[in-house]
Structure formats: C-alpha cells, structure tokens
Write a protein that binds this ligand. Sequence first.
Ligand SMILES: Cc1cc2nc3c(=O)[nH]c(=O)nc-3n(C[C@H](O)[C@H](O)[C@H](O)COP(=O)(O)OP(=O)(O)OC[C@H]3O[C@@H](n4cnc5c(N)ncnc54)[C@H](O)[C@@H]3O)c2cc1C
Length: 476
Amino acid sequence: MRTRLHPLESDFVRDQLALRAVTANQVRTQPEGDYVLYWMQSTHRFEENWALRQAILHADRLGKPLLVHQGLDPTYEHASDRIHTVILENAVALHRRAARLGFSYQFVLRRRRDDDRRAVDRLAARAALVVTDRFPTAGIAERTARFVERAPCRVDLVESHGIVPCGAFVKEEFAARTIRPKIAKLLELALEPVEERPAARALPDAVWRSLDVDRLDLARVDVAAEVARCEIDHTVWPVPFASGLDGARARLAHFCRTALADYAERRNEPADVDGSSRLSPWLHFGQISAAEVLRTVRDAGHTESAAKFQDELVTWRELAFNFCLRNPEHGKLKGLPEWVHRTMAAHKDDPREAIYTREQLEYAETHDALWNAAQREMVTTGHMHNVVRMLWGKSTLLWTARYKHALEHLIHLNNKWALDGRDPSSYGGIQWCFGKFDRPWFDKPVWGLIRPQSLQRAREKFDAETYIRRHATPLR
Ligand SMILES: Cc1cc2nc3c(=O)[nH]c(=O)nc-3n(C[C@H](O)[C@H](O)[C@H](O)COP(=O)(O)OP(=O)(O)OC[C@H]3O[C@@H](n4cnc5c(N)ncnc54)[C@H](O)[C@@H]3O)c2cc1C
C-alpha cells in the first residue's frame, strides 16, 4: 500500500474524479459568484469526501473561497427524532472539526414544513458553481434533480459512497460474482490515500455575515430541544449512538481489537452483539469512509477474516449502490429479474400460512418468536443483525397476500426504524430476499423459485433462544 499521499492536484485525483463526478446541467459557472458551494447531502464528513475534493479543486481553480452547507428539513421520508438526532449530533462534531481544519461549514435547520425552504437556492444564487453528493436513495436523487432544474449555475454531482468509483460500472451489475472480479482489478488503486486540505482562500467575514440564511448556532445547540421543535415523527425515538467520525473510529477500533479475528464465524451468531462491526449506520450517513474502514481492518491483520469483511463492505455494499444508481426501479418489484416475475406470477395465488397487516408486523405480533425478536431489535435499538435480517425479510414474503405488499412493508419498516435504513444496501438487502442478485432454486409453494429460508431451521444454526429472550418485551 502506498504511504505517500497523492496531492489533491494530482493525475490520480483527476482520474478518480472523472469516474465519480458528472455535471448535471448546461448552465455555466458564474464568474462573479462569491464562492464555490458544496451542498453536503449524503457524505457527512470532511475526510475522503470526493465531492468536497472536487469543490476545493474548483474553488482554487476559480480563485474563490469554499462554503460547505448542510441543511436538514422535516420533509424527507421517515423524518424522525431517531434520524434527526444522528444528523444533528454529527453536525455539532463537524462544526468543531471545521474550525480546526479550516473549512467554512454551516448548517440550516428547517423546523416546520411551512418554514422557508429555499436556503440552498439563495446560497446557490451567489455561488460560482455548486457541487453536491451523488446518491441514489433517501430522497437525495429526487431532491437534487429538482434543485438542478432551478440552479442558476453549474452543478456537479460527485459520488463518495464506494471505494471503487461508481463510474467504473456503467451498467447494472448482475450479481456479486460479476462485480467482484471487476472490483478486484480496481480496488488497490482506489484505496490509495489523498492529501486532505481546505480551499486556498478562506471565506471573507463580510461574505460569511451577509449570507441570507438562518444558520443554526452549532456551538450552543441543544440537540434534543431542537429535535423536539421539529415537525417530524416523534414516535420514532432516538437510540444510543455515538454519532460522528470519532464514534465510528472508536467502534471500528473496538471491532478490530475484539472481533475481527473470528469475524467469519461470529458474524453468523445474532446473539453475539459484538460479532460484526455494526458500522452500517456510520457508513450510511457518510460519517466515515469505506476506504478508511478497509485500510484499518487490513492493518489489523487476520488476513482471512479481513477478506471476508472486505467482501461484505466492498462487494455487497457496492453491488447494492450500483443497483440503486443504475436501476430506477430499485424500490419496486420491477427492479427484480425476469425469472422472479415469472415465478411470482405462477405462485401469486398459493395459500399463505398467515397474512399480517403492516401494523401487526410493525408491532412484532406474528406467530413466530424469532421474527418478532428481530423486529423488536430493530425498533428498540435501531439495528438488526444481518443473519436475522435475511430471515426477517424472507419470511415476510410468505405472510402477505401479494409479494408487492411484502416488499412495501419491508422497505417501510426498515427505513423507518433502522439507523442504517434508506441506504442503497437497504434496497439491495431487501430485494435480495425476493431473488435479486440470486439464481433460481427449486420450486416451492409461495417461494416459487426464490431461495427459501426457514425460521424453524435457522434455530438449529445459532443460539436463537438467547436472541429471543434478549428482545422479548412486547412493543405495546
Ligand atoms: C432484508 C435486509 C435489509 C437490509 N437493510 C440494510 C440497510 O438498511 N442498511 C444497510 O447498510 N444494510 C442493510 N442490509 C445489509 C446487511 O444486513 C447490513 O449491512 C449489516 O447487517 C450491517 O451490520 P454490520 O455493520 O455489523 O455489518 P458487517 O458484517 O460488519 O459488514 C461491514 C459493512 O459491510 C456492509 N455490508 C455488510 N453486509 C452487507 C450486505 N449484505 N449488503 C450490503 N452491504 C453490506 C455494511 O455497510 C456493513 O456495515 C440488509 C440486509 C437484508 C437481508
């Protein structure tokens, strides 16, 4: 692994950005603009943030300062105390880091739905150019597309989600086995570290003070009080979570120290809370880069476990991102392969062993104690272990009158309650339960040719009783 940093102005950075960035409109850069604006939407960090790197390069080329803007609205789907708290607590940490690292960072909180919604438009009106994150889920692609329509200057969209740039895979990949060898060819180069630095020019105080937006005072903010004031779902309460890069690094260090050596086995035991990294929420909010996670895991040794971990973190995570970026139907049955549609059509009227409403599922009121425990784990902790998550998704497929309802319930529940929800991996994981990325199996009632999984049989493979006991408290 290269230890010398690539300078920001290097060919290496230019080549990586060519595969991560697209210019979204035909509007020209505004030479009279006061600054370059980086609108931070999905990558909530200053380190290994390719959109930020692109914005710094533009700012220096144009001789402008850089303004980093982040906003939080009450209008995104599933806006709740749980998600708002994670974002706001991280913003407080970013504010402190920004002062240390030399970034001009500001945060605008729109509390009520009828509050002023156009902060980003007013900031863009004074910008030479806007850079923002390229992200296919959590409503970000749609919000960005609406903004691009109205933007008065050039808008660049830049992806920072994957280690290998998304532009290396221009079509929708078929399965893990098709993307894995392509990733293998590009991964080592993509992991090479780059110098981190702010833009050459600082934002002048006069410009900073004249910005026509109501900035949140992150030095003094009371996060819980602010969240309580927002017009969001207060029934989804915050869960303990060390939001921010420091929390992510502490969790990563703990994982490398205590669990990485046995990751390949321990990740299959849901009763073992510390058997996997549990980094998915930090990765989802972009608080830590996947590249930093992988380098740290490799440095910790345990080559075999690190390879298994890499396959999850890179192959499966980037396959899910590719699916959501390249397939606009990723949230619908339409996103599934043809063979799944044929088999579903053949089995759509098969008798179901049970049919549950969304409310019964949400309150974990099914006949199966293991399924209920998984749902309760997610509602009460914001996390669901990977092994039970597969069973949770697969079983739900059996318990609705139509496959479409099962898919909609799963997306709703996952995205509402999981801290890592609304992510490309949410759609990749849920659609995998319906046959995405998989091959046809043997024909069975209701399943058709979709790979079956049995809650009953799973009980023989891990310590289900301890897991069930841990999540036994009814939700109402
Ligand atoms: C029905 C269902 C729903 C899912 N919903 C989500 C979701 O909302 N958000 C989410 O991040 N993941 C989701 N996954 C994938 C996976 O379950 C989680 O990423 C994993 O359990 C997170 O735990 P961890 O951080 O301890 O993972 P680890 O085993 O420590 O893996 C490290 C990282 O690799 C990535 N990863 C691991 N497994 C997968 C996978 N199968 N697909 C894609 N990326 C993976 C995650 O970013 C994870 O943090 C879902 C899977 C299923 C079957």
